[in-house]
Design a protein around this ligand. Structure first.
Ligand SMILES: NC(=O)c1ccc[n+]([C@@H]2O[C@H](COP(=O)([O-])OP(=O)(O)OC[C@H]3O[C@@H](n4cnc5c(N)ncnc54)[C@H](O)[C@@H]3O)[C@@H](O)[C@H]2O)c1
Ligand SMILES: Cc1cc2c(cc1C)N(C[C@H](O)[C@H](O)[C@H](O)COP(=O)(O)O)c1[nH]c(=O)[nH]c(=O)c1N2
Length: 170
């Protein structure tokens, strides 16, 4: 095993950089989180998504307070977590960059389930959610999301983000 350095992270700037380098070594599923409603249509690429409990079915999503999508997501109070397949790398790049909203959504086909948040037609699975609580995570808001509806397909490989690059999960 190659041994790497251990780093103390007292300096905040070094801590941030070292934390990001460390997080780059944590493989994560890639999702597109969408919303629609009175505050408008929006969507962003997200890896900070995980399961909280199955009773009631609940996910958490960490959303940067400075993101352009933040007002739409939090004011609409609904979102859909669309889990991406290996075929969705280009779509993820669109939703993870500074592309205008209309251009992001024009690149794929969408439908809706219970909340009206856009459901990606060929997602591996889509969790249609209501935001039931919002916790303060500093630069990010931690959104606790109860699942109202699920759509799943049983074929296709996942998409993983690791070492700042996309990889097929299988
Ligand atoms: N949780 C997040 O907010 C998050 C996650 C992944 C990527 N991003 C953004 O996507 C862009 C490209 O990311 P990258 O992975 O190629 O390189 P990067 O060096 O910016 O990030 C490396 C890793 O650090 C974590 N990270 C990055 N920014 C973060 C933030 N603001 N808060 C908490 N964790 C963060 C993520 O796990 C990321 O994969 C950057 O602008 C980054 O901020 C944000
Ligand atoms: C692979 C990957 C993963 C994530 C992101 C990016 C990328 C490339 N981004 C950033 C988010 O997608 C980005 O803020 C918006 O899409 C574009 O920024 P604006 O919304 O225009 O500010 C991101 N942002 C966030 O608040 N929570 C997250 O979990 C993630 N995860």
């Amino acid at each position: 095993m190659a041994v790497e350095k251990a780093v103390a992270v007292a300096d905040p700037d070094i801590a941030r950089a070292e934390f990001r380098n460390a997080m780059a070594r944590m493989a994560a599923a890639v999702n597109i989180v969408t919303t629609d409603g009175p505050a408008g249509l929006a969507g962003f690429a997200a890896t900070a998504v995980c399961s909280v409990t199955d009773n009631p079915p609940t996910l958490l999503v960490c959303l940067n307070r400075g993101a352009s999508v933040h007002p739409a997501v939090t004011q609409n109070g609904v979102l859909c977590v669309n889990v991406l397949s290996e075929a969705h790398q280009d779509l993820s790049r669109l939703f993870g960059g500074k592309t205008p909203v209309a251009e992001r959504f024009a690149a794929a086909a969408w439908s809706a389930l219970a909340t009206g948040a856009p459901v990606l037609e060929d997602a591996l699975v889509s969790f249609d959610c209501r935001i039931v609580r919002q916790a303060d995570g500093g630069t990010h808001d931690i959104l606790l999301c109860e699942v109202d509806a699920i759509r799943r397909r049983d074929n296709g490989q996942g998409l993983v983000y690791f070492d700042r690059a996309y990889h097929p999960a299988g």
